[in-house]
Design a protein around this ligand. Structure first.
Ligand SMILES: [Zn+2]
Ligand SMILES: [Zn+2]
Length: 254
């Protein structure tokens, strides 16, 4: 897990079998090699315990973490605030420690990340709601996008395993598909009509209205009506799945 560098920085890596699954470096400031080793070990253990695995091996380069006088580590679970004598004593000590004056406003990495994520989410939500310039003039406003998440994206869940499906998804949501409407704006000399219907091929024609080329289970006059459906996001995803050609260059007017 540990790798020593001359700079005040720790790096660690986690493997599943021989496969590297995570690596990171943390600038931990001035500290002893013991401090650094503990940060390193803590980071590694925090990551490892979030994985689905039965056994975790901690491998450390310095012996501080694996003191030669110790043969084994045991992790014990103990419920807190249930009157267990040692636990109550430790709890009391921790409460006392919390009263110690802190010279600088210190903040753990995990807490800093949490604060940042909360702030970014709130900022993103506000901007998205109030600013068409921020979210894009033609952004397809489905409620799944209202609350941004850096760890749990509905789009990745639905199409994350296919680059081409994800590309079609993004083009459709952002209204950046290779459609006639796009050509009309940027390539006025090229064809803009739907090859099957002979009318302007735009997102509404493909996704919402009568375009004969694609299968759909609705006929909406416009975006607003589509977004009023019970589950537009589900409908939208099933449309993309059922119509593999929709929003591809192959289906552009020709
Ligand atoms: Zn653009
Ligand atoms: Zn059509």
């Amino acid at each position: 897990m540990a790798h020593r560098f001359p700079s005040p920085c720790r790096t660690g890596a986690a493997y599943r079998g021989a496969r590297l699954i995570f690596k990171c470096g943390i600038a931990c400031g001035r500290g002893t090699s013991y401090d650094a080793e503990m940060i390193d070990g803590g980071t590694g253990i925090a990551f490892a315990t979030k994985q689905s695995c039965e056994t975790i091996h901690v491998v450390a380069a310095l012996k501080t973490l694996l003191d030669p006088g110790m043969n084994s580590w045991f992790f014990h679970w103990c419920p807190s605030h249930e009157g267990i004598e040692w636990n109550e004593a430790v709890d009391g000590d921790a409460k006392e420690a919390a009263q110690l004056s802190i010279e600088h406003d210190e903040c753990s990495l995990a807490h800093a990340r949490h604060l940042l994520a909360v702030q970014l989410r709130a900022d993103g939500r506000d901007e998205y709601r109030s600013s068409p310039a921020y979210r894009g003039q033609n952004f397809l406003r489905m409620k799944e996008f209202e609350s941004p998440s850096h760890i749990n994206s509905p789009a990745l869940k639905a199409f994350g395993l296919s680059i081409s499906a994800m590309a079609r998804f993004c083009r459709a949501v952002l209204n950046h598909g290779p459609l006639g409407s796009f050509r009309r704006r940027f390539f006025p000399n090229e064809l803009t009509e739907c090859p099957d219907c002979g009318v302007l091929q735009d997102r509404a024609h493909v996704l919402l209205k009568q375009c004969k080329r694609y299968r759909r289970w609705w006929n909406c006059r416009g975006e607003f009506e589509f977004l009023q459906r019970v589950s537009p996001y589900h409908d939208f995803n099933s449309f993309l799945t059922a119509n593999g050609g929709a929003f591809t260059f192959g289906d552009a007017p020709s």
